[in-house]
Design a protein. Structure first.
Length: 158
């Protein structure tokens, strides 16, 4: 988990840790309220090409309650978001959606056993799409109780 957090922006790392903390604090075996979720899936393209191994983070906005969710894209750029790996979907509501992917300066993947800091990795995604604290989020999605498909087209960095 630490390796994943090193690859996220500070804000996204806090969301990721917060999700884990909220799920891990179950009150000593007593069950709290059940979070109703809706299925969320989609695909991400960068410069018209599928984006693999990117983190897709759903951060609640506009009065949406809950902890949001996250997913990771596969080789075809497809993802499914969830509260955690055992709880698919996110609570219905409105979310800022950000995408992050770190790579070495030459664009190659971070080698196994190394962290983003070890190789001085750079963010592949333009800041307007990867950092929710930069102005208005580029992507805001409303998730209905039936769920939704989210397809993100991100322009390539020039």
């Amino acid at each position: 988990m630490l390796k994943i957090i090193c690859c996220l922006s500070p804000f996204q790392a806090c969301v990721f840790v917060g999700v884990g903390f909220a799920i891990g604090c179950g009150g000593g075996g007593t069950k709290g309220p059940v979070v109703q979720t809706a299925p969320v899936s989609g695909n991400v393209q960068l410069g018209g090409q599928p984006l693999s191994d990117a983190a897709v983070v759903f951060t609640p906005v506009q009065g949406t309650r809950g902890i949001g969710g996250f997913g990771v894209t596969d080789a075809a750029g497809k993802f499914s978001a969830g509260i955690d790996p055992t709880k698919p979907g996110v609570a219905p509501g409105t979310y800022a959606v950000t995408v992050t992917k770190w790579a070495q300066k030459d664009g190659s993947p971070i080698p196994a056993g190394k962290t983003a800091a070890d190789v001085e990795a750079v963010q592949v995604i333009p800041e307007a799409y990867s950092n929710p604290s930069v102005g208005n989020p580029k992507t805001v999605v409303t998730v209905p109780k039936e769920g939704t498909q989210v397809n993100l087209q991100i322009p390539a960095v020039k």
